[in-house]
Design a protein. Structure first.
Length: 221
């Protein structure tokens, strides 16, 4: 399996000028300080937030959106309740697998999640970008375990399966961003590495979280 202690796998001759995308995925549950933190992240330069609240009622997502600055809506991608995309003029929608069809009549950006390397080629044709899940063990969901060896990822990159349209998801943090860049991923999806720095039950000061986001931005730049 991949050695997490390695900050760089020294694979391939990738252009150092390539700027990876940094996507932040929300916590799966809503919490009191969420709108304030998200607003601050947007102020600090967050370009793409994935609103992911599985199993939640749409009214809660609507409430969260109304608490955010309207000029941030174009930087939000929604995983559920796709009518929100049009109602709030969001960036796009995300399908959490490779089989779900795009809603009838929908026009706009579409991204998807892949869990297998052999799905990437066809899925990229139907998506603006693709999340490749379970690169490492998830920091938020113990059931999502690392799925690929480093050698498998290197091979996929050599075959052109991993490219600028594929983003690394699962256990991504500031220490393995370099590895993702060297493999040719077009971006990384951050969740637990950010949200684990703020206790939603006992804290109101989120300066550490914002400071860490700044470090992540510099790491992917």
């Amino acid at each position: 399996m991949i050695d997490k202690s390695k900050k760089s796998c020294k694979f391939a001759r990738r252009k150092e000028t390539l700027r990876m995308k940094l996507i932040v995925m929300t916590k799966s549950t809503f919490f009191v300080e969420e709108d304030k933190i998200l607003s601050s992240l947007f102020e600090e330069g967050l370009e793409n937030l994935h609103l992911y609240k599985p199993g939640s009622e749409p009214m809660y997502s609507e409430r969260l959106l109304t608490l955010l600055p309207e000029d941030c809506y174009k930087r939000i991608t929604v995983h559920d309740h796709f009518y929100l995309k049009e109602e709030y003029r969001l960036r796009g929608i995300h399908l959490n697998d490779t089989q779900t069809e795009v809603p009838a009549g929908y026009k706009g950006k579409v991204s998807r999640t892949c869990r297998r390397l052999d799905e990437l080629k066809e899925t990229k044709k139907r998506s603006d970008y693709v999340f490749l899940q379970n690169i490492f063990d998830s920091q938020t969901n113990p059931d999502d375990r690392q799925s690929f060896t480093e050698e498998e990822l290197k091979k996929a990159a050599k075959q052109g399966l991993i490219d600028k349209h594929v983003y690394a998801l699962g256990g991504m943090n500031i220490d393995n961003v370099r590895m993702a860049k060297d493999l040719g991923f077009g971006g990384v999806v951050i969740c637990g590495d950010l949200w684990n720095r703020f206790n939603i039950h006992s804290e109101t000061d989120y300066k550490e979280l914002i400071a860490h986001f700044e470090k992540l931005r510099k790491a992917v730049g």
